[in-house]
Design a protein around this ligand. Structure first.
Ligand code: 13P
Length: 253
């Protein structure tokens, strides 16, 4: 049975004090979770050890990182390795976010290496994909996303692939207030699942959690998550507001 997941990607927001407060507030909100309905919190690197100790007493809320380096270690000033993240008790690493693809020129070859680093170090990957507006307007989004997935994660063995969560985040919906409709999300998620099925078989595809991201908020989370192939969300702005984040978590049902 695949997991439902709501993951909060804080991006480059909140200082140490604010981050601690937000995690505390989430805890006090007593989200109803279980082993198949989980939350991931992905703060900036500098928060990780603090957040890890806060999460130590919380069941079914896992620590995430927003990136990792593609090499194991070495002279890469300012970078953080997957092994370091693992040592900070990180369980999930977001790889291939559109902001990293665009602003830091992370291409598929680099992302595939990052995925390998995360898996070798025993973490799960939230692999992001999603098309820009011009691709959506040309109605070629299925092929675009399929290529991202094939290049980023289809080098993995079936055993390794069990540690992959996919997040579909249409770029035109990120931080814009313009959400994909429930039908657009469902269509793409079903397509992604069929692509995974063709490579790894129906069972693996059925077991893979596919999250939606892009202006997900309390007012649309229920409708989005109500789709057969939408297994939760990767949440940006609304993950910074405790009431909104708790409400989106509750929308997992
Ligand atoms: P928003 O929820 O702010 O649109 O961001 C989505 C996102 O990029 C999560 O990774």
């Amino acid at each position: 049975m695949r997991k439902k997941i709501v993951a909060g990607n804080w991006k480059m927001n909140l200082d140490i004090t604010e981050g601690a407060q937000l995690v505390n507030d989430i805890f006090n909100g007593s989200p109803q979770l279980d082993e198949n309905k989980i939350v991931v919190i992905a703060p900036p690197y500098i928060h990780l050890t603090q957040t890890a100790s806060q999460l130590a007493g919380m069941d079914f809320i896992y620590l995430g990182a927003q990136n990792c380096h593609q090499e194991a270690s070495g002279a890469y000033t300012g970078e953080v390795s997957a092994a370091m993240l693992k040592s900070a008790e990180v369980a999930y690493v977001i790889i291939g976010h559109s902001e990293r693809r665009e602003y830091y020129k992370e291409d598929s070859a680099m992302l595939a290496k990052k995925v390998n680093q995360a898996l070798v170090n025993g973490m799960q990957v939230i692999f992001c994909c999603g098309e820009p507006l011009e691709i959506r307007d040309a109605n070629t989004q299925n092929a675009f996303v399929e290529k991202q997935i094939k290049e980023g994660i289809f080098h993995l063995s079936a055993e390794q692939f069990k540690n992959i969560v996919i997040a579909y985040e249409p770029i035109w919906a990120i931080g814009t207030g313009r959400t994909a409709s429930a039908a657009q999300a469902q269509d793409m998620h079903a397509h992604i699942r069929s692509v995974v099925a063709a490579q790894y078989g129906a069972q693996t595809a059925d077991d893979t959690s596919i999250l939606y991201g892009g202006s997900c908020k309390p007012s649309n989370a229920g409708e989005l998550f109500g789709n057969a192939d939408v297994d939760g969300g990767l949440i940006g702005g609304a993950a910074l507001k405790v009431a909104d984040f708790l409400s989106i978590i509750a929308a997992m049902g």
